[in-house]
Ligand binder design. Sequence first.
Ligand SMILES: C[S@@+](CC[C@H](N)C(=O)[O-])C[C@H]1O[C@@H](n2cnc3c(N)ncnc32)[C@H](O)[C@@H]1O
Length: 284
Amino acid sequence: MSFARSLLATPKMLRCPSGHIRACSSSVSLRQNLRFPGMMQTRRFSISAVRYSPGTPTESEEIEQEPNPAHVDSYLASKILHPEYGADPTLEEGLTRAREDGLPEIQVSPLQGQMLSVLVKSMGAERVLEIGTLGGYSTSFLSKSLPPHGQIDTLELSPLHAKIAQENFLASDLFPFPRIHVGKALGTLKKLKIPEEGPYDLVFIDANKDQSLEYFVECLRVLRKGGVVVVDNAIRVGRIHPDSKLDSTIEVQGLRALYDWIEADGGKTVLSSAVQTVGAKGWE
Ligand SMILES: C[S@@+](CC[C@H](N)C(=O)[O-])C[C@H]1O[C@@H](n2cnc3c(N)ncnc32)[C@H](O)[C@@H]1O
């Protein structure tokens, strides 16, 4: 709500005294490593995915009772989306291309994508790593927010998804142009070298959740001290709570493993937070 608008209007509000970002929407962590000077410091935070749904109501639809999160998402989008970011028509065209090729519509919402842009820009990031490309929607927000000499690498399992993403990047004339690494992300990650210009400033993890912990730990190796890790879909409609009566999926188990790791770390390596979000697709 007003918080999100403030972030957009005054990105400097995100900065802590040391110039590092400390907050976002769903869960946030800062890797500190205070006791291990040889290791890099990392921050991880994750935004819970409130995915954009084609069924999101428009403002013209009648709201019979109180507005729900989908109505509010729609209202916020109408007020906040920037013509060169969330309201860029080439991004919508990319979603159409992906839909026509049968890709699942599980990308971040426009508001979430623009939140990524705010984060990248406010921390002055130059190098970004993404795990989970799909059709390149979130990748586009990340790329658009980098300086021309920046670098963005994105990891994707599906050759079809990678192909559509590549077409979308070309159609949007993105610069820096995202490098897509096709294959199982964990294998790619283990071989990934720290860029010559320096480690990554921000990592966005948005692939299969059962390997969330493995991705997170491996990312720390290539992330700069003070860098940020965003982990999407951190709540799973509340199923991450151990008392949930619903079946525990491998996705839920993967996220719990990550939270257990953060707990065991005791703040030595990361400073984390989690903020639950709701939106057009509910509580994610
Ligand atoms: C939620 S989608 C990514 C959405 C994208 N970040 C966006 O918001 O536009 C997850 C993607 O991760 C990919 N994926 C799933 N398992 C993977 C794996 N083991 N390695 C790499 N990518 C994987 C899927 O093919 C899918 O394209």
